[in-house]
Ligand binder design. Sequence first.
Ligand code: COA
Ligand code: MG
Length: 289
Amino acid sequence: MRSLLFVPGDSPRKLEKAAGSGADVLLIDLEDSVAPSAKEAARGMVRDAVESLRGQDRRPLLYVRVNALDSGLIEADLDAVMPAHPDGIMLPKSASGVDVQHLAAKLAVREAESGLPDGGTKIIPVATEMARALFALGTYRGASHRLAGLTWGAEDLAADIGAETNRLADGTYTDPFRLARSLALFAAHGAEVDAIDTVYTDFRNDAGFLAECEAARRDGFTAKMAIHPAQVPVINAVFTPSEEAVAKARRIVDAFAASPGVGVIGMDGQMVDRPHLRQAERVLARVRG
Ligand code: COA
Ligand code: MG
């Protein structure tokens, strides 16, 4: 997965648009983008949307962002959407790997009730939305075989710590949020799941968005969330390894394959050793999908 597009769950128009956006994953939202008074109606719309999109040929993966574990809303969210068999659930305001396990237990019950394969529904937690969650980022590794990725959020975290802003005037994150971003990146790779960068809310700022996508790829994120369909093709382009990158990776893998037992080689005037081989193998693995 490269691009994950948020769609408010109470907007049939946006749900329809999102289906043709080219996003690898739709994050159909029942949480923050749906007003409390609209939650109940949205649950039915989301169930219907998942049901009808599942039937399409070349479809995106369908994840539903439910309300948080302590919201008092999550049971009704899951009761409504699980019979439609979403590919996964996004868990907002996740405090630790234990929260993923709690959600996994709820999913197992619904899978059994709906006759779905046990463990088939994946989980992506938003793992930095509360200050305390930052101190538990090491607990996701091994938490559940359902864990498919890990992402971070800066908006709720700002509210949790009373920060006046999370970005400087030039659009870059302030230090507390850069720390959260980095820790989430390490947490995802530590857990050996997809590292998914957070949303860019200034959705008319194309240059700023491109720069943020490129910085995310540079640092090791493999995907990014979008809030607007126009962001999807940019994400897909940035997170698809370029032909040049693939060719270079192949040369490195081939060079090591041709010299078994050799730990380091010279290539184009640069030293290439085991970490470079590992990085090259990752690039090729992503092309294979
Ligand atoms: N998914 C699908 N379609 C979307 C969309 C989305 N996330 N965002 C916008 N669109 C559609 C609009 O409906 C519009 O279609 P139309 O002209 O056929 O009606 C078209 O794309 C252009 O939209 P635009 O006018 O540029 O934006 P907007 O002002 O209508 O909407 C937002 C701006 C931010 C409200 C909207 O992009 C949105 O709802 N984003 C998702 C928010 C969300 O889910 N947040 C939770 C996670 S942070
Ligand atoms: Mg939020």
